[in-house]
Ligand binder design. Sequence first.
Ligand SMILES: O=C(O)C(=O)C[C@]1(C(=O)O)C=C[C@@H](O)C=C1
Length: 176
Amino acid sequence: VPVSGTAAAPRAAAVSLSPLHSVVDLAAERLATADLVAAAKWGTDSPIDDPAREQQVLDNVAAQAQQLGADPDEIRVIFRDQIEANKVVQRGLFQRWTDHPGQAPTTKPDLNVVRQKINQVTSALVEALADTSADRGAFVCRPELALAAFQVHHEDHLDALHTRALIRALPSICRN
Ligand SMILES: O=C(O)C(=O)C[C@]1(C(=O)O)C=C[C@@H](O)C=C1
């Protein structure tokens, strides 16, 4: 006997996103800029490690966190990881281009322009971190973070290098 009234309820169209999806998505977007940074530095005197620029990035995110009512020290720690992850990609690409010069970039982006893009993504990521403060302290933060990383890995078709770097970017996102 058919049961009336059940067919009308639509099924969910898609698997729902992890609450930390925006955070991981922006971390991946920030890592995508590492390809441009590496191309800008390749074959120049500019080293991958730029401690003065790192200090600037960390001071900026701490100031923005304060404005948003987030914990500046916590955001600083998270961005130390974003920067380390960025360097994982840059070092990986330098190694690849050293081993296979044919794969090296043939155009050189302007590092200052690339840094403007990094600033934009960085600022969006601080906002996403401030917005997810409760999620990041939740008991289920780590599984939700893993789910988000899995989703972004697939959506962005991340290669092995960017996946390794994304994993390097995430350990400080959850508070416990
Ligand atoms: O701006 C650069 O030169 C970068 O390489 C990017 C970045 C970052 O992730 O913000 C990473 C490494 C440098 O030491 C400084 C900053």
